[in-house]
Ligand binder design. Structure first.
Ligand code: FAD
Ligand code: FES
Ligand code: FES
Length: 1321
């Protein structure tokens, strides 16, 4: 039977959860003594329960989701809800049952249908997010056994996945829904086209879901909850005391005695302050669960809601009220409900309370502006009695006389009904549709004199425009008595801009954008009210600005068209079939072991980093004395402690004498716990002296002539000459900003020094073990044969674990060497983002010569990338950009040059696509610009200039573009591009403030490296005497399904079922000198090596098989052993023959090309800059896919990652080079709500005899196809600009954030504020 979390392991937790209530409980668990530890369940999870993952620690990613169940003695019901364990205070769980993924199901006992279906629907890749996904769906099922598709999407909104693109995760959840009630067109499913033989999964294999089989709620907890003799609970730690009052009087008593103690409810405001802002409180009062705070009281005039209600409960209560009350009374509730749908994710909404939200009053608060606009009041209580205060502007602006007193508690919030002539609205715009703080939000209300459009009372509250929510009270006063018409609006805009001042250096930047939003949101409110009034009375005409805005639905459908396998292929042969990821079930049960899951090792120490706070400075002093004196600290490690090279190949392990970027590791602190190490790290004092120059941007690097390597150039034809014979020449610049990998598992290393011969064992998630071995050997000054690296799996990598683990491995190994103890080095999300950097920002300059018919005759392109402070992979990235920059187009006179810039930023590194996603945006941008000049569509110019027959690339490599042509043609046809383009134009004619845009991008991508030896691979295959086979190879499993494909290869080659084959890990002792797992060639080259090994073994077995052809595999193995046949061998692949001569600018640089095309359609809200992705169609040349489920997963995952890169992911630096975006709060990767509402992926068949089984490497190619969204946005914005009379060509940089979109859709509102220019980095 599945067990709930109540395992008899953690003594303190056990007592907390079930056993005798210990009223004066003193923590026996040492973790309780760590700073801030009372505030997170995560450190208390028993070490062997590895399923609950830790990825951000701030409630923003959902990896740590668990289910909390409580019994409500009043309703006698059990309430199940999801929470993020990293923010749940351990003490708040008294009397609750916590179920982690281990309690849902396990391979050892029985897996749960949620786990099975997520795995079988291919909803896991690296698996690091999977336990969190399971817990979110599982909790939903506990409350709604047949959830609707909308409920599933809503439940997953707080869970980030960086690998899959979400489609298969949502699909697995939808299998629990009965579609009988839907019409056929609404049914989302994996579509089977006529030509498709295999489905990605077989629903008949799913075990049925029987909700009655779930574990019962522990009866002892029911008894505890119903105990009439409850008493106050006190939990004492060394530094903090937690008190849970027994009733309201007790709470008031406590509040009188400890007026400064915070009231902890959801802990979603207090917790992050303690964790990230070092807030300290000696006493906490937590009335969580106190009956008096949980109620809804509905009267004729309004509704009173208890302060203890979570935002999720508030949502349910409001839904009930709106279903009961006439529409005109519920306008405030509707506005609140709209924002409650997108406020944070489901977990936070279930934790955060109404009282906590109202009192904490963050400036970005989504509900407070609406509550204020709806004239809500706060009911307070203290020992002195009860009183009411208005939830108004003065309260929100934290005016002391409008505030609650320190001894007062919020009992409830009263929200009056709206009335017939009263309109209330909530408006918000965030970087991402859901689970993102608003960039600006507002709550607005207007009351009219009955039967007229004369303003009786107007209220406007804005969030995220200052340190608090602010009220535009003066504006409102001045407009009272005016008619609701265009003139009033025009005056209102000016008045509100005058009243709400955002200083130029305001925190959060985006000043002009936010000022524009202030009036754009006001205008939206104006329109909404105008519409409302119009329905009610015939008033003045609607005014010029009035437009009907359509909102698209939230339906995610997906059609996956994939391939047929040969009908003569033996049924046992898995090649070509959508085989589930080898570790999928382990991922979903949480039993897959990541480095942090390796149990503690005796004597191990934790490492915390001290990083530079200056971009370029001399180190005058490193004072470690205070840090060393702190409890638990074993040592501080600096450059002095590196026995070998501290600066190896230009990469510096510990800063010495000077620092060259903010985030450079200066020293590390080793201590018995991470909390101790971190505390001590804060005490290390470093004195700097700033040095010049400090180079942050590409432009500054160009000024200083600061480069990391020489220029790379390719050229064909005579560019200068050609420019003389063209009709038109355009020149332009394109800025493409960087990207954070945001792998869900941050960089984690376990370095274990061995007793003998200076051996060092490292466990780490990396893409390049050989590199780690090399760097560690260099740092320790020992031969590489003493260093063993082990990689079971990495929780996502995307290029970020190619070179950085070597640096971090060396840092850890030096610490292990100095202390002589094992070192566990887990980078916190913020440190990871700061130290390891990401994709290179790029500046592309182009000069294009073309004829009026759209034929491009000459192109001269220059690229610069921001490489950061050390070489890393920047030179190679630039080589790749230059080699691939022509994309799919033939331009007879073509020159491309590029150089990586050296700056004082952390060193940028490999990232999926390796320069291609940035570089090719420039090509697509100039094609679009040419189209605009020639009055053609971009698609026409693409078609005109696209390669059409077997040709040579600019670097003179022959290729046949036939699959490119097919992808392009099918994409245009099957997406009904022309018809939809016309429909979009029609839509645009009717809608002034919303515009639709479509774009198709073609792609010629490359696989592999321009150097043969980088393409080599090796494998080691053992056959054991029971017939089982162990395969090892040099590739690392990063979630991309490499090991799964390798098992498929071995299965085909040895002609045995996959179940006979095992693949345990990658390590340097079995396969030495392995190349990186990157460049989309992991399966290609390791597959060849595994194939080679298997073929060698098969050949050795032939005599035995010939002797006994009808024998079994086991019999042949046994016979072979008796005949002394060696049952173990290495396999080897020498590498694809590639070369590149940079002096000549020529070479067969790549083994082959991957082609594709993608079409996207978006709808842009010109007033806010938000966009919706309506549909995407991808056609990818997969040749013959070894595993279509894995390949489709890669395409979709890469596409969504690309879409994030081109639209919402934005890294923010200060001019001094300090990275601001250091976690999911500030850096937004796509969530489930960003994926296309309709998503069609088709694998296009072609030939690729050079690769194993004629397959193609598809790990990266989908990334660039995400740019179809960028260009669709461009198309929509261009439509808006044309309508506004702006015909001049414009360049939309990447990412096309809401800010950029809004400010490019120039109109009367943007004209009222100064136009912003973004600083390019
Ligand atoms: C990942 C994440 C995403 C978020 N996204 C959004 C978002 O998109 N939009 C948004 O508006 N907000 C967002 N928030 C903020 C969230 O809404 C608030 O943190 C939350 O509402 C606070 O409620 P709580 O119960 O957790 O408060 P707590 O953290 O428990 O307490 C907060 C403060 O309120 C006081 N307090 C609590 N209850 C009472 C009471 N009854 N009487 C007197 N004082 C009391 C406490 O003393 C404390 O000072 C997000 C938070 C997180 C962690
Ligand atoms: S680790 Fe808890 S939400 Fe990210
Ligand atoms: S599978 Fe979701 S993050 Fe890797």
């Amino acid at each position: 039977m599945p067990v709930s979390y109540r395992e008899e392991v953690s003594k303190s937790l056990l007592i907390l959860l079930v056993q005798e209530p210990s009223y004066q409980f003193i923590f026996s668990n040492p973790k309780a003594e760590q700073p801030g530890s009372l505030f997170s369940l995560t450190p208390f999870l028993p070490v062997h329960l590895t399923g609950t993952k830790y990825s951000c620690g701030s409630g923003g990613c959902g990896a740590c989701t668990v289910m909390v169940s409580r019994y409500d003695p009043k309703t006698k019901k059990i309430h199940h809800y999801p929470v993020t364990a990293c923010l749940v205070p351990i003490c708040s769980l008294y009397g609750a049952a916590v179920t982690t993924v281990e309690g849902v199901g396990s391979i050892k006992t029985r897996i749960h249908p949620v786990q099975e279906r997520l795995a079988k629907c291919h909803g896991t890749q690296c698996g690091f997010c999977s336990p969190g996904m399971v817990m979110s769906i599982y909790t939903l099922l506990r409350n709604h056994p047949e959830p609707t598709p909308e409920q599933i999407t809503e439940a997953l909104g707080g869970n980030l996945c960086r690998c899959t693109g979400y489609r298969p995760i949502v699909e697995s959840g939808k299998t629990f829904y009965s579609y009988t009630s839907l019409s056929i067109s609404e049914v989302p499913f994996v579509f089977c086209f006529v030509e498709m033989c295999t489905k990605l999964y077989n629903e008949d294999e799913f075990q049925p879901f029987d909700p009655s089989q779930e574990p019962i709620f522990p009866p002892e907890l029911i008894r505890m909850a119903e105990d009439p003799n409850k008493r106050r609970l006190t939990f004492r730690g060394k530094r903090t005391t937690w008190i849970t009052p027994v009733n309201l009087n007790d709470l008031l008593e406590l509040k009188t005695n400890f007026p400064e103690a915070p009231i902890i409810m959801g802990n979603t405001a207090v917790g992050p302050s303690i964790k990230f802002r070092d807030e300290f409180h000696p006493v906490f009062i937590s009335p969580l669960g106190l009956q008096e705070l949980y109620f809804v009281d509905s009267t004729d005039d309004g509704v009173t809601i208890g302060a203890g209600y979570s935002l999720a409960q508030l949502n349910d209560a409001l839904h009930f009220i709106v279903s009961e009350q006439p529409k005109e009374k519920t306008k405030t509730y509707h506005a609140l409900l709209k924002h409650l749908r997108t406020l944070a994710g489901a977990q936070i909404r279930n934790m955060a309370t109404l009282g906590g939200h109202v009192v904490s009053r963050p400036n970005f608060s989504d509900l407070n502006p609406i509550l204020a606009a709806g004239n809500a009041t706060i009911n307070l209580i203290s020992k002195e009695g009860k009183r009411q205060i208005p939830l108004d502007g003065r309260f929100l602006e934290k005016s002391p006389e409008a505030n609650l007193k320190s001894e007062e508690t919020v009992l409830s919030v009263y929200i009056p009904h709206s009335t017939r002539w009263h309109f209330v609205s909530g408006l918000r715009i965030a970087q991402r549709q859901e689970n993102a703080f608003a960039m600006v939000n507002a709550g607005m209300s207007v009351k009219f004199e009955d039967g007229t459009d004369t303003i009786k009372e107007l209220q406007m509250f804005y969030g995220s425009v200052g340190p608090t929510v602010v009220s535009a009270s003066k504006t409102c006063q001045q407009l009272t008595g005016r008619y609701w018409n265009d003139q009033m609006l025009s005056d209102a805009c000016q008045l509100v801009l005058d009243e709400i001042y955002i200083p130029p250096d305001a925190e959060g930047g985006m000043v002009e954008y936010r000022r524009t939003l202030i009036i754009s949101l006001l205008f939206k409110f104006y329109l909404k009210v105008r519409r409302g009034l119009n329905k009610m009375v015939r008033t003045t005409s609607l005014g010029l600005w009035f437009q009907c805005l359509r909102t698209a639905g939230n339906k995610i459908t997906c059609f996956v068209h994939e391939q047929c396998v040969d009908p003569y292929q033996p049924p046992q042969d898995p090649v070509g079939h959508p085989v589930m990821h080898q570790s999928a079930i382990k991922h979903t049960t949480g039993e897959a072991v990541f480095v942090d899951d390796i149990p503690p090792i005796s004597q191990e120490l934790f490492l915390a980093v001290v990083t530079s706070t200056r971009a370029h400075a001399k180190i005058i002093l490193i004072d470690t004395s205070e840090a060393l004196a702190l409890p638990g600290v074993a040592d501080v490690i600096t450059a002095e402690d590196v026995p070998g090279d501290n600066n190896y190949q230009g990469e510096i392990f510990y800063a010495q004498n000077e620092v060259i970027c903010v985030g450079q590791i200066v020293c590390t602190v080793a201590a018995d716990t991470y909390a101790h190490a971190k505390e001590a790290a804060k005490k290390v004092r470093i004195v700097y002296e700033d040095l010049e120059p400090r180079i942050i941007t590409i432009e500054q690097a160009l000024e200083h002539n600061s480069f990391l390597s020489a220029e790379k150039k390719i050229e064909q034809g005579n560019v200068e000459q050609a420019f003389k014979h063209v009709d038109q020449i355009i020149e332009g610049e394109v800025h493409v900003e960087g990207q954070e990998h945001f792998y869900m598992e941050t960089q984690t290393i376990l370095a274990i020094p061995q007793e003998e011969d200076k051996e060092m064992v490292l466990h780490l998630g990396t893409q390049f073990q050989t590199h780690v071995q090399e760097y560690v050997a260099a740092a320790l000054n020992i031969p590489r044969n003493r260093i063993a690296c082990h990689t079971k799996r990495a929780g996502g990598a995307f290029g970020g674990k190619v070179s950085k683990p070597a640096l971090l491995g060396a840092v850890s190994a030096v610490a292990a060497n100095k202390t002589g103890r094992p070192i566990r080095f887990i980078l916190e999300r913020g440190d990871d983002m700061l130290i390891t950097a990401g994709r290179h920002p790029l500046l592309g300059k182009y000069k294009i010569g073309f004829m009026n018919n759209g034929v491009i005759k000459a192109a001269d392109i220059e690229y610069y990338i921001n490489g950061g402070c050390t070489p890393d992979e920047s030179e190679l990235v630039m080589e790749f950009i230059v080699l691939r920059c022509e994309n799919a187009y033939y331009i007879p006179n073509f020159r491309c040059r590029g150089r990586p810039c050296k700056t004082n930023l952390p060193s940028n590194t490999a990232f999926r696509g390796f320069g291609f996603p940035q570089g090719i945006v420039v090509s697509e941008a100039y094609i679009t610009a040419v189209a605009s000049q020639c009055n053609l569509t971009p698609e026409q110019v693409k078609e005109i200039n696209m390669y059409k027959r077997t040709s040579r690339t600019v670097h003179k490599q022959i290729f046949n573009p036939e699959p490119l042509r097919r992808c392009w043609k099918e994409c245009l046809e099957k997406s009904s591009f022309s018809a939809r383009k016309l429909a979009a134009e029609e839509f645009n004619k009717k809608n002034y403030w919303k515009k639709r845009g479509l774009a198709v991008v073609p792609m010629k991508f490359t696989v592999g490296m321009p150097t043969t030896f980088y393409n080599q691979a090796a494998a080691l295959v053992h056959i054991y005497l029971d017939g089982s086979v162990l395969v090892s190879h040099g590739g690392c499993e990063l979630g991309q399904g490499l090991h799964t494909k390798m098992i498929q290869v071995a299965s085909r080659e040895l002609n045995i079922p996959e179940s006979y084959i095992h693949l345990s890990e990658t390590n340097t002792t079995t396969v030495p000198n392995a190349t990186f797992t990157a460049g989309s060639m992991g399966a290609d080259i390791n597959g060849k090596a595994v194939q080679n090994a298997c073929q060698i073994l098969k050949a050795r077995l032939q005599p035995v098989i010939r002797k006994n052809p009808k024998g079994t595999w086991e019999e042949w193995i046994s016979e072979a052993y008796e005949e002394s046949i060696n049952l173990s061998t290495t396999g080897y692949f020498k590498g694809y023959q590639t070369n590149m001569d940079w002096k000549k600018g020529e070479g067969d640089a790549f083994p082959y090309f991957v082609y594709g095309a993608s079409c996207s359609e978006v709808e842009v809200d010109c007033l806010t800059g938000a966009h919706k992705l309506l549909r995407t169609d991808i056609f990818m040349d997969a040749a013959f896919s070894i595993n279509p489920a894995v390949d489709i997963g890669q395409i979709e995952g890469a596409f969504v990652q690309g879409m994030g890169f081109y639209t919402i992911e934005e890294l923010k630096y200060s001019p001094e080079g300090v990275l601001y975006s250091r976690g999911p709060d500030d850096y937004k990767i796509p969530t489930v709500t960003e994926i296309p509402e309709e998503f069609n992926v088709t694998l296009v068949r072609s030939q690729n005899p050079i690769a194993i089984y004629s397959s193609k490497g598809l790990g990266e190619a989908g990334m660039f196809l995400g740019s179809s969204v960028l260009f669709a946005i461009y198309d929509a914005v261009a439509a808006a600009r044309r309508e506004r009379g702006l015909t001049k060509t414009f360049t939309l940089s990447s990412p096309a954030t809401p800010e950029l979109i809004r400010m490019t859709c120039v109109d009367q509102f943007t004209d009222m504020v100064r136009v912003v220019r973004r600083a390019p980095y």
